[in-house]
Write a protein that binds this ligand. Sequence first.
Ligand SMILES: NC(=O)c1ccc[n+]([C@@H]2O[C@H](COP(=O)([O-])OP(=O)(O)OC[C@H]3O[C@@H](n4cnc5c(N)ncnc54)[C@H](O)[C@@H]3O)[C@@H](O)[C@H]2O)c1
Length: 383
Amino acid sequence: MTRRTVRIAMNGVTGRMGYRQHLVRSLLAIREEGGLELEDGTILWPEPVLVGRRAPALRAIAERHGLEHWTTDLDAALADPSVEIYFDAQVTAARAAALRRAVAAGKHLYCEKPTAASLQAALEIARLAQDAGVRTGVVQDKIFLPGLRKLKRLVDGGFFGRILSVRGEFGYWVFEGDWQSAQRPSWNYRAEDGGGITMDMFPHWEYVLHELFGRITTVQALTATHLPQRWDEYGKPYAATADDAVYGVFQLDGGVVAQINSSWAVRVHRDELVEFQVDGEHGSAVAGLRDCRVQHRATTPKPVWNPDLPSTEPFRQQWQEVPGNGEFDNAFKAQWELFLRHVVLDEPWRWDLLAGARGVQLAELGLRSSAEGRRLDVPELTL
Ligand SMILES: NC(=O)c1ccc[n+]([C@@H]2O[C@H](COP(=O)([O-])OP(=O)(O)OC[C@H]3O[C@@H](n4cnc5c(N)ncnc54)[C@H](O)[C@@H]3O)[C@@H](O)[C@H]2O)c1
């Protein structure tokens, strides 16, 4: 049995996503399973090199997980020829500069979304990577979630007939930070630090809609900052300068109309933190992160509008659960495994930095649509 070690410089591992999803739930989980076994028996063994700004935090993570390699010197990590991949889960505002350094050092790139804070920077990095001949990837975790995989199965199986519309509802209450601490980092609420829900969530909606229903051709959005003041990690009040809600309407190639509300200032009266309802001629579905329910045209009730009488239909009970029919791994881990196979085996892969740039483009156009009060075309991107 041969072991093929892949050394990965991981920047931003002290953060929420970098630590929990990418280090612990993805790469360390692969190691706990004995590595990623390839068809010829080779074991792919990810070897993280932790990179960050704060030595004590990195040392603590390394010790907690028995990892040998960590450094506060990004250039030194990039100069190490045994490091093949640079991974970035830093705050969004820090990403582009680090990716540029990594591509100059000839590393393959994998990173969180958004890939940059502007479309121009996102395209520039994608082009630099293409010219350097390195492989690139962007996290598009939502399509690897059980609920959305079930939904994709319904689309692929022709359950809906002609799909008419998609309505998405995403969000939850993010505490202001005064009388209860906020459950998201404060930079998310400051435009000057790369925050804002449009830049955070539109990259997700771009690939979810694109992969399941068709490329987005127009966007119309209205952003809001519902809570203008919040309290940071140290209990200090600050002005929330970024959007904390965005209400978007999208037209898709093929005629589907999608509408997605995203908000950090909404209380949940749903089964999951995000839900998408898809209505088609032959049937409808409601998918969340994990679950998916369907209603076929043959089992669709015929309600009659009459507000004078209490509703007689048990609407929620008239849906049927879509079975898993298999195990679903952690979404981030599933995508990591495909990226590692892409790097080592040259397997096909479509979630590259051009795909990442499409997400940034949609966010940028969404913000512009809101500022200008009009619907905007979403031009197709090429490198
Ligand atoms: N795929 C997803 O579902 C998902 C979810 C949340 C966040 N994200 C993305 O992941 C990235 C990180 O988000 P997070 O919620 O983990 O953030 P976080 O604040 O928890 O972590 C940020 C990381 O960046 C580091 N960092 C580097 N330069 C910094 C600076 N100048 N100021 C502050 N921190 C700095 C921090 O030390 C930390 O390791 C963001 O780009 C965000 O858009 C993705």
